[in-house]
Ligand binder design. Structure first.
Ligand code: IMP
Length: 436
């Protein structure tokens, strides 16, 4: 029997999924990304060397593991080549281990232009996107005019026609500078030739892995509160980062998902605009930002920081059916005199304990906090729960109670080894053979 687990973000992204995925990868034959694009940035430290991956699953750092980019992902070929070349420079060869779905849509060079333009037009209501062209590429996909991987490898006349139509549509929007379709067409043909060895039927490949009893990990990018349907719309990304994205973005049935691990930080961060009910300012925010190195892996933007929000994680647990949480960056809270957990939002109409669809009440809402004592001892580098200061243990236990999900993994530092895997949790049953 294969064990196929989804690992996804339970907050607003940057929870440290890269590290958790990297740490779990030895249990899997393949790691598959199901949505997003190079807006993601997964930072992984291996023996002191820093790897930042945007598009390719971090499983690539493990020899023998196949990495899949699903149909739900939007791929900027230039960004992909850059990442492949960078990995090669660091001694990691992707050939024979990278499979891109032939149905994945292509981010065209002008999608980035459209992204920037759309943000400028929104003015103060801007989303704060990563300017990678993600939204416009998904717009073309949903508008049924997108160009897919298989189009780059197929009939040239059909590709020429598609490029002509797309460029015409682009020229209708950006009238000041007209784009010529032919150079873009030539560029895409060249890209296609380099991409060809990596492109194939990802859904079929995954089905065969299951038939062979091989384990697959589904790797989410961004996070539940950035999900196009379930996130803080419109301040979201343009894909389904939550669990439904696994089925649609990889062509796997729900029965092929055996477990869902949500990754949550011991506090909360977000980049870009939109509500963050527990947002802090001043020294405390600065302390979390510096302690957690809270700067975007893709854009370098400082992340907004706040206390742990149990309303958000409970909501994520509901949307995704979380079996467990991997709690990250606990060590960043070391030394704080007190720590807080948000359990509701006080609005003019009473206390909200469920995350609302309409964001307006959140604008003036006051978080309702439970305050717990902090800890003077270090959690940094701990590998056993019992080794944590008692106050840190209490914080985690309370966090589990109010979030409604057990913390199976606790990350206590940036390196692979700085992790607590708790026994008596579901993780053990998922990988009982391998962990024994
Ligand atoms: P887009 O995905 O570039 O369109 O950006 C939409 C929103 O998602 C913005 O608020 C971004 O900051 C946010 N976002 C996109 N990718 C990430 C990520 O990997 N981590 C955190 N936030 C992200």
């Amino acid at each position: 029997m294969s064990v196929n687990i989804a690992v996804l973000g339970a907050q607003w992204g940057d929870e440290g999924k890269g590290k958790i995925v990297d740490m779990l990868t030895p249990h899997f034959s393949a790691v598959a990304r199901y949505q997003g694009g190079h807006n993601a940035g997964h930072t992984v430290y291996v023996k002191g060397t820093k790897f930042v991956l945007h598009l390719i699953p971090s499983g690539i750092l493990h020899p023998g593991v196949t990495c899949i980019i699903g149909n739900g992902v939007v791929v900027d070929p230039q960004a992909l080549f850059k990442e492949v070349d960078e990995l090669a420079r660091m001694g990691v060869n992707v050939d024979g281990r990278l499979l891109i779905s032939e149905k994945a849509h292509v981010i065209l060079p002008y999608h980035r232009e459209l992204d920037v333009l759309s943000e400028a037009r929104r003015g103060e209501r801007k989303i704060g996107t990563t300017s990678r062209g993600i939204g416009p590429a998904y717009e073309d996909k949903i508008g049924r005019r997108g160009i897919r991987m298989c189009d780059l490898l197929g009939d040239r006349d059909a590709l020429a026609q598609a490029v002509r139509e797309n460029v015409h549509a682009r020229n209708q929007i950006i009238k000041e500078s007209t784009l010529d379709w032919k150079p873009l067409f030539d560029q895409l043909v060249t890209y296609g030739e380099r991409l060809r060895p990596w492109v194939g039927d990802a859904s079929l490949f995954l089905a065969r892995l299951r038939d062979d009893d091989r384990n697959v990990m589904y790797e989410g990018a961004q996070a539940t509160l950035l999900d196009i349907d379930h996130g803080t719309y419109p301040f979201v990304t343009s894909s389904n980062a939550s669990i439904g994205g696994v089925c649609t973005g990889l062509g796997v049935p729900p029965s092929a998902i055996d477990g869902v691990l949500g990754v949550a930080k011991a506090y909360t961060t977000r980049v870009g605009e939109g509500p963050l009910p527990t947002e802090l300012s001043g020294d405390l925010a600065e302390r979390l930002r510096e302690g957690g190195q809270e700067y975007g892996a893709s854009t370098g933007r400082p992340r907004r920081c706040g206390w742990y929000d149990a309303v958000v994680v409970r909501y994520s647990a509901r949307i995704n059916g979380l079996d467990a949480i991997a709690l990250t960056k606990l060590d960043v809270l070391d030394g704080l005199p007190e720590v807080r957990i948000c359990t509701g939002y006080r609005t003019s109409k009473g206390v909200l304990t469920e995350f609302p669809a309409d964001l307006r009440p959140l604008g003036t809402a006051e978080p309702v906090y439970e305050t717990l004592p902090g800890w003077t001892g270090a959690t940094r580098g701990a590998t056993r729960f019992a080794a944590l200061p008692s106050e840190a243990q209490r914080y985690i236990k309370r966090l589990e109670e109010v979030s409604g999900v057990p913390c199976a993994i606790i990350s206590t530092g940036s390196d692979r080894g700085e992790t607590i895997v708790r026994d008596d949790t579901i993780i053990q049953s998922w990988f009982s053979k391998q962990l024994a």
